[in-house]
Design a protein around this ligand. Structure first.
Ligand SMILES: C[S@@+](CC[C@H](N)C(=O)[O-])C[C@H]1O[C@@H](n2cnc3c(N)ncnc32)[C@H](O)[C@@H]1O
Length: 466
């Protein structure tokens, strides 16, 4: 970004967190799309950078994005920038006076923060940098505790922790507008959650999924592999009504063995509804039920605004569906007797995804989003492995590494048309169908890889909840 002269329209600077790198762009784009705003980066935008400068937004747009984002730490109105402090000074002195003065008036109070990326400065160094900004015409008084206006000097020392330059690569001076929702990662941590299981989804990722899905107030969101309902928790936090299904009776009814270290059996009221109660969103709970995602139980209609899910991939939970190879328990009319207890058979991963995409094509509203995790054996991954559907447009595909040879990819798709008769079979004629069948062997590859590699990789897979 060239240090600019006078600017007619405002630019906003987003300070992004440096974890979950891949998820940041789709999150910010989705949140802007909720306000029908395009993602319009300034020149020399670098996706991996901690600082993104965006154009064509209003302060209200920025505040709405920050009220949802878990990838962005803070957002600012950009007043000046440059590669050196001298360039920054020129840029700041060119910033229109009338845009600065409302925040610098006599009688107002302010504070200047110094924030660095890839370098830690001492207290004295920070003070020196603040003192060097004395060319700015502040007329108010400094208040460290409760200022009316907060300004920030942001210094970017590059992304290589092994090569930290003496001077920053780039410097920004801005007016602080809002912080993001990083705090949700702590306050919704599964560690403190009432009802958890072996595969409960991490809080930060659950919020990212809800954001990628553009979940908004009064939406109806469905998770067909609901488990302990972590995804329902994040969606209900954003004001959506939530429901789900799971094949596991114990999970749905909150019974059976506990996943907690010092507890053998689940206690009374350990269930999804109680989780929502814990976070004060019980009023958004529709219901959950025991049901096999491979079987049609819903009336044929576009029922859901979003489908968000973490399908089983057989590492810590089984991939089963109801039915036997002979299917002889069915009566001739195809109905089961009331006392029928279904047996189960393997549910191949490729079938899980084909079913999930078909289900979404039928049951999402137009413009509704499907967000799900696709497990991948990294040495064999190619983009052709991501399942497609004629009714669903691929919006984003983000990697989360689990180990040196495995990862999962967060796939976001948007419904663009209503399904026609042959759409559900489209994957069979797709030349990409064979690579996509490779997902079936994920479990074997995961464990064969485990045997070959060091225990270090193992820990990473565990942290991610799989
Ligand atoms: C990865 S877990 C989901 C975890 C969930 N996101 C959470 O936070 O607890 C996958 C879930 O799919 C369920 N499942 C497996 N096969 C299924 C099927 N055929 N239909 C519905 N659910 C199934 C499992 O019982 C398991 O709870």
């Amino acid at each position: 970004m060239a240090a600019s002269g006078s600017r007619s329209c405002l630019q906003y600077l987003f300070h992004l967190a440096h974890d979950n790198l891949d998820f940041r762009l789709p999150e910010i784009k989705a949140l802007l799309a909720l306000r029908s705003k395009p993602f319009h980066p300034c020149e020399s935008f670098k996706e991996q950078s901690p600082f993104w400068c965006l154009d064509h937004l209003s302060e209200e747009d920025v505040c709405t994005v920050m009220a949802r984002s878990v990838c962005a730490k803070s957002a600012f109105e950009l007043w000046g920038h440059g590669q050196t402090h001298s360039e920054l000074r020129t840029s700041l002195l060119n910033y229109p006076q009338e845009k600065m003065s409302p925040y610098m008036q006599k009688g107002s109070s302010y504070r200047i923060n110094v924030d660095t990326f890839n370098k830690t400065l001492s207290f004295e160094e920070r003070i020196k940098k603040i003192d060097a900004m004395d060319y700015l015409p502040f007329e108010g008084t400094v208040s460290l505790k409760d200022p009316q206006h907060i300004f920030c000097l942001l210094e970017d020392y590059g992304m290589d922790p092994n090569i930290v330059p003496e001077q920053p690569n780039y410097i920004y001076f801005c007016r602080w507008i809002a912080d993001g929702q990083r705090e949700l990662i702590r306050s919704y941590s599964v560690k403190n959650r009432h009802f958890i299981g072996n595969t409960s989804m991490d809080a930060g990722l659950s919020f990212i999924m809800a954001n990628h899905a553009k979940v908004k107030e009064n939406d109806l969101v469905f998770d067909p592999f609901v488990g302990t309902g972590s995804l329902l928790v994040s969606c209900s936090h954003f004001g959506a009504y939530v429901c789900g299904t799971d094949i596991d009776y114990n999970t749905i009814h909150g019974k059976g063995r506990s996943s907690r270290k010092n507890q053998k059996w689940r206690g009374p009221d350990e269930n999804i509804r109680a989780n929502l109660r814990q976070y004060k969103t019980e009023n958004m709970y529709v219901d959950v039920m025991v049901s096999d995602a491979s079987k049609p139980v819903w009336r044929n209609a576009a029922l859901f605004d979003a489908i968000i899910t973490d399908p089983p991939y057989g590492i810590r939970e089984s991939t089963r569906r109801t039915g036997s190879h002979k299917d002889k328990t069915k009566s001739p009319d195809g109905l089961y007797a009331e006392s029928h207890v279904p047996v189960s058979q393997a549910y191949h991963l490729s079938d899980i995804f084909t079913d999930l995409l078909n289900f979404s094509a039928h049951h999402l509203v137009l413009g509704g989003r499907l967000v799900y995790w696709l497990p991948v054996y990294r040495p064999e991954y190619c983009e052709e492995m991501v399942p497609l559907h004629p009714c669903l447009q691929l919006i984003s595909n983000c990697e989360q590494t689990l180990s040196s040879h495995t990862c999962r990819r967060l796939i976001t798709m948007e419904k663009i048309k209503e399904p026609e008769d042959l759409d559900s079979l489209a994957h069979l004629s797709d030349p990409r169908f064979s690579p996509y069948q490779g997902h079936n062997a994920f479990r074997e590859k995961y464990f064969s890889g485990l045997n070959k590699r060091s225990g270090k990789d193992d820990t990473k897979a565990d942290v991610s909840g799989k």
